[in-house]
Design a protein around this ligand. Structure first.
Ligand code: FES
Ligand code: FE2
Length: 384
């Protein structure tokens, strides 16, 4: 499916704002809407599925459930990233079970032992005789586009994928604004998975607003004082950064950590928090000494698996005296669990017959931008 992409109006930062409607209740709960999202968003354009370090060497592979499609990404003998459906070309069997692994040479289907090389070519078909005129070249694995940016791994299951960079620079924010953090060099030091009984859009909307911060996150608003006022942006600062509380140099309850700082950032970066959302499922947080992100994987209209990973300099992870991620992880894990609880609470209400749409006040304007981007991706008219 080909989607026409032209940028919806972005951030509504202008002073004029009149209350706008949220998405409708059915858009958060209906199975038909979810199916359409699968076609148009999850299988129709670029989606983040992890980090390239998980497929660092030829033969490494990672398996992902992408809105119900089992897929895997591997690195072939030439060092190129390749993506395939986890579906045998013989009779459709799912053949990889583990979430990831490494193979020396070939991938083998457990049903009739047909084997594929790391570029998806069918190379072994035991007991199939050549005199049947069987041409293995006609039955490779079913592939799709894979690309990476800043160490993030993206897949695109569309037949005619647009360039990844076009998708990354669409929308109100872009992770491409943060080249100076050299995220491609960072490595995952901590991972926590969360199961959230809420629609993926509720998780995204919650990430993108801070009206709830003074109510839900008393610990967070002490670290980032602007959040106390329900704002997500300091419109005066570069890249929409937010100053941490006076004297804080790390995103922790005390404002300090023993982690070495990321090198060569701008002077103000060492006192800032940056958040950046990349449609549809990457929510990035940048700190003076690490990066943390959520990747949302929808598991039906009412459930999202949220993977949170923390990136550090490789030399920091390698040094037991320097690698002290606990204070950052503790604060984020607390914030995360506070968020999931209210997301799940929201999910139970949007399914009510009383809820047609809700309302966005000005502080929620970025959620409205997200909804416009969503309508655009779904091929629906923008509300403007
Ligand atoms: S289904 Fe995979 S080898 Fe037969
Ligand atoms: Fe929150």
């Amino acid at each position: 499916m080909k989607i026409e992409h032209q940028q919806p109006p972005v951030r509504h930062d202008d002073a004029e704002w009149t209350p706008r409607p949220t998405l409708s209740g059915s858009e958060y709960v209906a199975r038909e809407v979810y199916q359409e999202e699968c076609e148009r968003i999850w299988w129709g354009d670029w989606v983040c599925v992890g980090r390239t370090e998980e497929v660092a060497s030829p033969g490494d592979y990672v398996v992902r459930d992408l809105a119900g499609e089992s897929i895997f990404v591997t690195r072939n003998e030439d060092g190129e990233l390749r993506g395939f459906y986890n579906v045998c070309s013989h009779r459709g069997t799912r053949f990889l079970d583990e979430p990831g692994g490494s193979t020396k040479k070939v991938l083998k289907c457990p049903y009739h032992a047909w084997t594929y090389d790391l570029s998806g070519r069918l190379v072994g078909t035991p007991n199939v005789k050549q005199d049947e005129h069987f041409d293995r070249a006609r039955y490779p694995l079913h592939g799709f586009a894979v690309d990476s940016y800043a160490g993030f791994l993206f897949v695109n299951l569309a037949r005619e994928p647009r360039p990844l960079m076009a998708a990354l620079t669409d929308g109100a924010e872009s992770i491409t604004a943060f080249e100076r953090f050299r995220m491609d060099e960072l490595r995952v030091g901590v991972r926590i998975d969360y199961e959230v009984a809420a629609n993926w859009k509720i998780v995204v909307e919650n990430y993108n607003e801070c009206l709830h911060c003074p109510v839900v996150h008393p610990e967070l608003v002490k670290v980032v004082p602007l959040f106390r006022f329900g704002e997500v942006w300091d419109e005066e600062t570069r890249d929409d950064g937010n100053w941490m509380v006076e004297g804080a140099t790390s995103f922790t309850t005390s404002g300090r950590s023993e982690l070495p700082k990321l090198p060569d950032l701008l002077p103000e970066d060492y006192s800032m928090y940056y958040g950046s959302y990349e449609f549809p499922n990457l929510m990035l947080n940048l700190h003076p000494d690490c990066a943390m992100y959520y990747i949302g994987f929808p598991k039906g209209p009412g459930h999202t698996t949220v993977v949170s990973e923390y990136l550090f300099r490789p030399e920091t992870i390698a040094d037991p005296d320097a690698f002290k991620p606990e204070p950052v992880v503790e604060l984020w894990d607390l914030i995360s669990r506070q968020d999931w609880e209210v997301c799940e609470r929201a999910q139970t209400g949007v399914g009510s017959r009383a809820f047609t749409t809700g309302v966005f006040p000005r502080q929620d304007r970025f959620l409205y931008s997200f909804n416009e981007e969503y309508r655009h991706a779904m091929g629906r008219p923008l509300l403007g």
